[in-house]
Design a protein around this ligand. Structure first.
Ligand code: G
Ligand code: G
Ligand code: MN
Ligand code: NA
Length: 254
């Protein structure tokens, strides 16, 4: 209730900010991608994680406006970086299952791309598995619009939910992101390493790329590379950074 109260009007008071974290392409043939992550410093409650306030925003309906702000701000920033000559392959934005179910969501996404002249094929939406457990005409239409326009889809935190593998194959998903809990355990637990290897094989069998998130050490990176992972994300390369620091990181990387 405290969070719900504090969320009300937080957008107007400009309390939200995006930070950015790179996803590094393993073979170095493509520039990195960038994921936008939402941050909220509430004047009363202090810093509040999206893991805490997104579920509240979903329940009270604020997610619609907050999600639109995130998409708009991420595309605005991405277009500004590209205009400044910074190289990166795509911008990834987290989208909640509830946003996906809103009427006209796909059209809103395309309109935001057009507003900032950001190519839709350079925008990736990160969905959780909960968005993919059911099929419906509305969801199908939404995904059709994304596919027609080239908007990319990734499944975030893969392995922690209950994906319907049938839908995973039918929906136009280009990428799986192995949840960081697997990465944290894989060096110490042979069973977990087999799970990450199986996810890489599954993704590749479905024609998808596979990303490992939460990679913190060279040893984790080495094992993931041996397993055939396509992209690596984690503190090993960079923590999530404010936009100016992200721009610097991209310049150094060039
Ligand atoms: O960045 P951090 O580790 O605090 O993120 C915690 C969780 O919040 C992660 O699951 C992440 O995917 C989610 N998250 C971060 N930013 C956004 C956002 O803009 N929208 C949604 N729906 N989830 C987000
Ligand atoms: O669910 P999602 O993958 O969107 O969550 C991303 C969150 O994971 C971000 O909030 C970010 O702060 C966190 N994160 C990113 N890289 C690492 C990492 O290497 N280690 C840990 N512990 N957390 C990470
Ligand atoms: Mn994510
Ligand atoms: Na994740």
């Amino acid at each position: 209730l405290q969070i719900e109260h504090a969320l009300h009007g937080a957008l107007e008071r400009e309390e939200f900010q995006l930070v950015y974290q790179p996803l590094v392409n393993v073979d170095g043939t493509r520039p990195p991608a960038i994921e936008a992550l939402l941050r909220w410093v509430c004047p009363e409650l202090g810093p509040c994680s999206p893991a805490e306030f997104i579920p509240v925003a979903e329940k009270c309906g604020e997610i619609t406006r907050i999600g639109e702000w995130v998409l708009n701000e991420a595309c605005r920033q991405a277009a500004a970086w590209h205009a400044a000559g910074l190289m990166f392959e795509r911008i990834a934005v987290n989208v909640s299952a509830m946003q996906l179910r809103e009427r006209g969501f796909a059209e809103q996404v395309i309109a935001i791309c057009e507003r900032h002249r950001w190519p839709p094929h350079r925008l990736e939406l990160e969905l959780t598995e909960s968005a993919l457990i059911r099929d419906s005409d509305a969801l199908r239409q939404c995904f059709d619009t994304f596919e027609r326009n080239g908007v990319l889809l990734a499944v975030d935190d893969f392995g922690t939910g209950f994906s319907n593998l049938h839908y995973l194959n039918r929906f136009p998903v280009q990428r799986l992101k192995i949840d960081r809990s697997f990465v944290q355990r894989m060096l110490h637990d042979a069973g977990t390493a087999e799970v990450t290897q199986a996810i890489v094989h599954l993704g590749h069998a479905l024609g998808m790329q596979v990303v490992a998130e939460g990679v913190e050490t060279r040893q984790e990176e080495a094992m993931l590379l041996r397993q055939g992972c396509d992209e690596i994300q984690g503190y090993l390369y960079s923590r999530p950074l404010p936009s100016r620091d992200m721009a610097q990181w991209l310049r150094r990387c060039d």
